[in-house]
Ligand binder design. Structure first.
Ligand SMILES: CC(C)(COP(=O)(O)OP(=O)(O)OC[C@H]1O[C@@H](n2cnc3c(N)ncnc32)[C@H](O)[C@@H]1OP(=O)(O)O)[C@@H](O)C(=O)NCCC(=O)NCCS
Length: 179
């Protein structure tokens, strides 16, 4: 599968993306509100394989984001089926994104997130898409709120206080302001 936007291509993660994944996931700035940064390429390879397995088992998973201009893999974005119950929800379709810092501040998270939501609501016919983020993650909060997600509460995830976000299909505005 391939999703194309004005400046980006979203496609399945490939084995050759492992070095870029490592570059991203070993960076403490990237992982500030996430897990502990990885320290070995092998950890990134395992993470990548886990996502590839999700494509097969769930038909959905985070996608590599490639910048058209440079041809570089700059991060990942997309929908993941959360199979383990979280905040009282099961089989949740969750939006997520993560980028290499060199590519922050260019509107790429926004562009990739919009494309992922379009795919989720239009191709997968999702009724609701969820997201969650560390309460301190202002960047993510800003993007999710601007996308139309409603902050529907707080919960604790592995000892970290997170906001829970909900976006229903009928509330999703497919207007021009998403470009
Ligand atoms: C959060 C992250 C994905 C943002 O990526 P980005 O490509 O820089 O975001 P964009 O350029 O698309 O920004 C979209 C909007 O969010 C705002 N924004 C981005 N980062 C921000 C921050 N740290 N604080 C406040 N606002 C921020 C931008 O100003 C922009 O606002 P505008 O559209 O109103 O002008 C990126 O910083 C990242 O990869 N962080 C590490 C991983 C992570 O935390 N992922 C989210 C887990 S829930």
């Amino acid at each position: 599968m391939k999703i194309e936007t004005k400046r980006l291509i979203l496609r399945k993660l490939e084995d050759t993306d492992v070095e870029r994944m490592f570059l991203m996931d070993s960076d403490p700035e990237v992982m500030k509100y996430l897990e502990t940064p990885v320290t070995a390429v092998e950890e990134s390879r395992n993470g990548l394989r886990m996502i590839q397995k999700q494509y097969e088992e769930n038909g959905v998973g985070r996608l590599a984001v490639v910048e058209k201009e440079s041809g570089l893999m700059i991060g990942w974005c997309g929908l993941k089926l959360l199979k383990t119950p979280i905040n009282g929800h099961v089989e949740t379709l969750d939006l997520g994104y993560r980028f290499i810092p060199e590519f922050w501040g260019k509107g790429y998270a926004w562009e990739a997130a919009v494309a992922s939501l379009e795919y989720g609501f239009k191709e997968l016919n999702a009724e609701t898409i969820y997201a969650y983020a560390d309460c301190g993650n202002k960047g993510s909060h800003h993007i999710l709120t601007k996308l139309g997600f409603e902050n529907t509460g707080k919960f604790e995830d592995d000892g970290v206080m997170c906001f829970w976000y909900t976006l229903k299909r009928e509330k999703y505005n497919t207007g021009n302001d998403k470009d």
